[in-house]
Design a protein around this ligand. Structure first.
Ligand code: GAP
Length: 439
């Protein structure tokens, strides 16, 4: 796959850079790994936090019609019975008669890809992680780790209405972990068992769902643009009847050209009143609201934009990965949009063994870090190596303190994309770097 930076991007290159540079490591690695889990290192955490902050700012903080929640991951079993997940959240499973390995039936072609053996009958496998709450391990203590954050939003609908008395349309937003016992986790972050979702349930009058759906369609793309996912690699797919989730009357999948093919990045669904009505029926709590004085209570319909954080990270890495030549040398760099870049600027003393340079660099670093926390100190190796290291993690600017700094207070600021350097006064740095952090 070639991205818009005209670089041939492979999964091997992305996975290797992500591990080498401290973004993402295999989960439980020293014990041989745990399939479908990944651990985030310092740069991965910073990248994820930047993405979540952009999402939250865009869809919650900058709007008047949004309410944020952070619901428990462990939820009452009846939530998932009512939502249809206990009976319906399943994938077709086949087992090889010879080697006993298991696969998703829709991802194999009749024969075991490992040993060529034949498969037994297809059976349905529920993807929820089941556990027990408390000391008793019987049916009454069964609980599930939520398979989508949406469930935590629907069970809090009444709380939000009672506390804040919103009028339609309004949304409830949540960012948090979800868990799916995928039969075949694959393609690095693409299909994992522990994931993070960023979801909005947007409640509307039933007659206004189409208008809201169209508005959210634009908002989904506004978000992918804001984080820097290549627009040319994002495609809308109208999901046909029979292929949508059980709760949806209309779904658009936003697909991305990943190195392994065009696959779902995030989705937009019209969930009707399926969830509020199902929870009303199962719990006995009336999940309706009075929208206009004098009118009877109504059950709102729901538009749901749903973003997966892991797939956003992967699409960003694939969009940003760039190979070029600088100063006659090949280099690799991440052309991150500066707002998602984990480190906004790196500060170097030109020479590590000159105490006066190191002291001045420390002074500048400490002052800048007060205004922009996401900056890094680096005095390891020569300047060329430091530039390459920062390029590989996508740092937009490198600031070098040299002998001229001691005389006139100016530093060099080097641009990641072009390698161009300019001299700026140290007192300009905060104003220069803060916009990278969205400050
Ligand atoms: N609440 C709606 C919902 O959960 P979904 O299409 O099943 O819908 C929404 O999931 C998003 O969550 C997907 O578009 C994807 O970004 C992410 N996602 C789902 N399953 C995933 C998995 N196993 N690994 C990584 N991301 C996943």
């Amino acid at each position: 796959m070639q991205n818009t930076n005209m670089t041939e991007v492979t999964m091997e290159k992305i996975v290797s850079l992500a591990k080498r540079r401290g973004f993402i490591y295999p989960g439980s690695e020293i014990y041989g790994g745990l399939s479908g889990t990944w651990d985030y290192g310092p740069l991965g955490v910073a990248l994820k936090n930047n993405i979540k902050n952009i999402w939250w700012k865009m869809f919650v903080d900058s709007r008047d019609d949004m309410y944020g929640v952070d619901a428990a991951i462990l939820m009452h079993a009846r939530v998932w019975e009512a939502s249809g997940h206990v009976n319906g959240f399943q994938d077709p499973l086949v087992e090889c008669k010879k080697c006993k390995r298991r696969f998703r039936a829709d991802q194999t072609k009749g024969k075991c890809p490992e040993c060529g053996g034949s498969f037994g009958d297809v059976r349905q496998f529920n993807m929820m992680f089941k556990t027990h709450v408390g000391a008793a391990e019987d049916e009454s203590s069964v609980s599930y780790l939520r398979p989508e954050t949406a469930g935590g939003i629907f069970v809090n609908f009444k709380n939000i209405v009672d506390s804040f008395h919103p009028r339609l349309p309004f949304g409830i937003a949540q960012i948090g972990k979800a868990f799916r016992n995928e039969i075949a986790p694959r393609d690095f972050l693409f299909r994992v068992r522990e994931l993070e979702q960023m979801e909005v349930e947007y409640f509307v009058r039933p007659s206004e769902w189409e208008k809201a759906f169209e508005e959210w369609r634009k908002q989904v793309l506004a978000f992918t643009d804001a984080v820097g996912i290549s627009r040319g690699a994002v495609h809308e797919l109208e999901v046909p009847d029979g292929e949508r989730a059980h709760y949806s009357k209309r779904t658009i999948d936003f697909e991305f050209d990943f190195p392994f093919g065009r696959k779902e990045l995030c989705g937009l669904a019209y969930r009707t009143d399926f969830d509020l009505s199902a929870h009303t029926k199962a719990s006995g709590a009336a999940l309706s609201m009075v929208d206009r004085e004098g009118e009877p209570p109504i059950v709102p319909h729901v538009i749901e934009p749903s973003f997966g954080l892991e797939r956003t990270v992967l699409a960003l890495l694939a969009s940003a990965y760039t190979e070029d030549e600088l100063g006659g040398e090949p280099r690799t760099f991440l052309k991150f949009n500066s707002k998602v870049a984990p480190i906004k600027a790196a500060v170097f003393p030109l020479l590590k063994n000159k105490p006066e340079l190191v002291a001045k660099a420390r002074e500048i670093y400490t002052a800048l870090k007060k205004d922009v926390p996401q900056i890094m100190w680096d005095d390891n190796g020569n300047i060329g190596k430091r530039y390459r290291r920062q390029d590989e993690i996508g740092t937009p600017a490198c600031i070098t303190i040299d002998f001229q700094t001691l005389e006139d207070g100016t530093v060099t600021v080097r641009d990641r994309d072009t390698g161009a350097q300019e001299r700026r006064h140290a007192s300009d740095l905060s104003g220069l770097i803060a916009p990278h952090a969205g400050l």
